[in-house]
Design a protein around this ligand. Structure first.
Ligand SMILES: NC(=O)c1ccc[n+]([C@@H]2O[C@H](COP(=O)([O-])OP(=O)(O)OC[C@H]3O[C@@H](n4cnc5c(N)ncnc54)[C@H](OP(=O)(O)O)[C@@H]3O)[C@@H](O)[C@H]2O)c1
Length: 330
């Protein structure tokens, strides 16, 4: 099979297409013919070596395709099933989606409805499941909730804007360019802040009559995390779930006292702890897609061999919405 291989960590150019032996489905696994692999910021972080991984490595933690073979002990799958996957608790490190074939833990596979394309499935699986816990499992979101979403025009950002606006929240988003602001607005954000040009905390206070944001969803990290506390409402909540700009500086617990605020961390696998939870949340994401309120964000597709170009766009902040790699025809 053809696969992207990383022999050493480094810039996007370390990703090379090469021939590799076909994997086999081990116990509890299914062998998938990959149609589309999702490109995620986590792939960039692993490629750079910021999350240590065994090398050589085929990157990719998300995709969609067709079951080609089934290992021992897999009960609820058949050859020919259309499925999508993302990392789930207890399934071990899921990497290897930038390839024509991947052996995936069956516990992490979600059936793709007939009326959802495999490209769409790959584009929403990981980020949809992440958005699911960020909007449902952290705070109660309602019409009065004022939410700040950082990087609101990214893959995560656009899905969050759609989901939060569906729940009636007042959505404020930060973005780096006016073009990105328009994409986030179309996805449901009420107010957009160009955080490279203006002080986002001061602007949030202005937009909320001094009250601040009830909930801040931060996947940017270093350049945003500390400032979030300047615009957090009394009893507000910040969830740090990523660090696209690098790891944030630590804060003292004492800083949480004056406004009784809460800080939490987000990591998707902690919210996908059983097969039932994976199937329920996965099917809710697909229901949202089919009902169109969770319409997939703009999808930009690259051939598998151009994975480096996709990574370069993610890193230089020129991407909008979701990027995927087309591996084979559906
Ligand atoms: N913990 C979890 O469960 C989980 C799951 C999925 C994703 N994540 C995290 O969520 C975040 C978003 O992921 P994504 O795949 O959807 O990426 P993305 O948002 O499509 O791309 C990252 C965005 O971050 C912003 N950014 C700000 N400073 C940056 C910098 N110095 N370098 C690069 N980008 C910068 C850029 O938007 P602007 O140009 O508008 O600033 C950029 O487009 C990432 O941190 C990722 O690791 C976490």
């Amino acid at each position: 099979m053809r696969a992207i291989s990383i022999q050493e960590t480094g810039p996007p150019s370390v990703m090379k297409i090469q021939d590799a032996p076909d994997p086999v489905a081990g116990p509890g696994e299914a062998l998938i013919r990959v149609a589309t692999a999702g490109v995620n910021y986590a792939d960039v972080v692993m490629r750079k070596g910021l999350i240590p991984s065994e090398l050589p490595m085929t990157p990719g933690v998300e995709g969609a395709g067709v079951v080609e073979a089934i290992g021992d002990g897999v009960g609820d799958l058949a050859v020919g099933d259309r499925v999508a996957w993302a990392p789930v608790m207890g399934a071990g490190a899921v990497v290897g989606s930038y390839a024509e074939l991947e052996s995936v833990s069956a516990d992490g596979l979600v059936p793709v409805p007939d009326d959802v394309s495999l490209e769409t499935a790959a584009a929403v699986m990981l980020q949809g499941l992440t958005a699911h816990y960020l909007v449902h499992d952290k705070v109660t979101i309602g019409p009065e909730t004022k939410v700040l979403v950082h990087a609101a025009a990214g893959g995560m950002g656009l899905l969050l804007c759609r989901w939060l606006s569906r729940l009636g929240a007042h959505v404020m988003g930060t973005v780096s360019t006016p073009d990105k602001a328009e994409h986030a607005r179309a996805a449901g954000a009420d107010e957009l802040i160009l955080y490279g040009e203006e002080d986002f905390a001061a602007r949030v206070l202005e937009l909320t009559d001094g009250d601040g944001a009830d909930y801040v969803i931060d996947g940017v990290g270093r350049t945003t995390f500390r400032k979030n506390f300047d615009c957090l409402a009394v009893q507000g909540h910040v969830c740090l779930y990523g660090m696209a700009s690098g790891p944030p500086e630590p804060i003292s617990p004492l800083e949480l006292l004056p406004k009784a605020v809460c800080v939490s961390g987000g990591m998707m696998t902690n919210f996908l702890r059983s097969r039932d939870e994976v199937l329920r949340k996965g099917s809710e994401v697909f229901d949202g897609v089919r009902e169109w309120w969770l319409a997939p964000p703009r999808i930009t597709s690259f051939p598998l061999e151009e994975a480096a170009a996709a990574h370069a766009q993610l890193e230089d902040r020129s991407s909008v919405g979701k990027m995927v790699l087309t591996v084979s025809d559906e």
